[in-house]
Design a protein around this ligand. Sequence first.
Ligand SMILES: C[S@@+](CC[C@H](N)C(=O)[O-])C[C@H]1O[C@@H](n2cnc3c(N)ncnc32)[C@H](O)[C@@H]1O
Length: 236
Amino acid sequence: MTTEKDDTDVLAVFAMFNELEEDSKARPREQTSPILAAGGWQSNAQLIEDVSRLYFREKDLVVDITYGRGKFWTDFEPPGLVKHDIRGDGVCWSKLPEESESVDVVVMDPPYVAMGGRKTSNLKGMLDEYGMTTTQSWNAREVHDAAVPGMAEAFRVLKPGGLFWYKCQDYISNHRYQPASHWAVTDCLAMGFIVEDRFDLVLAPRPQPFGRNQEHARRNISHLLVFRKPTKKRKS
Ligand SMILES: C[S@@+](CC[C@H](N)C(=O)[O-])C[C@H]1O[C@@H](n2cnc3c(N)ncnc32)[C@H](O)[C@@H]1O
């Protein structure tokens, strides 16, 4: 069972990301060349801007299937961006309206926190943000598994050679390391995707909460995985 003690860790990471988004609005950055695999960005929007510099081509059709509040696209928004979200236009990632093999880039940033055992009221903001206002209690693996139909739909709607940008984060829940990025790679490889690239967004570390023993490395990193749908079927 996930304990309230575990919540502190997840909330700290959430707060860190929110502060990061706020901070980055006030501090424009200089783009670096070459584009780096780790660090250098102050927000998801800056990360996405650099990923776009490498992996977005003019006239690409980009579909964000977890658009949320659109924080990914405040620095760069592709023309004609399609914005799906179960709490936005009501589209569930398990049944996308796009035709098969019609999209150049699919972007997915699913919820990544386990909800089990949560009782604290200050979780509401985070759960709202992640579309997890349900009372259902899921463990970390179940939260990941819920996103797998979205990966499969991404594979279906992508053109051969199309790209799937998947945002995720490993974290500590129930006193255990939950390797969500590893699960994502494993599932996407099994579907037929190729791993094309990986960007690591490194955050400023926060101190260990007072009175808590540290059991694992404090998570101050999240990942943007880039998968490619193969252009040709491989011979078995
Ligand atoms: C981490 S947030 C995405 C934040 C977004 N990238 C942004 O920039 O604001 C996760 C999003 O997934 C959405 N979501 C959760 N379950 C979904 C589902 N089954 N189908 C589509 N969207 C879903 C939530 O509504 C939430 O907006």
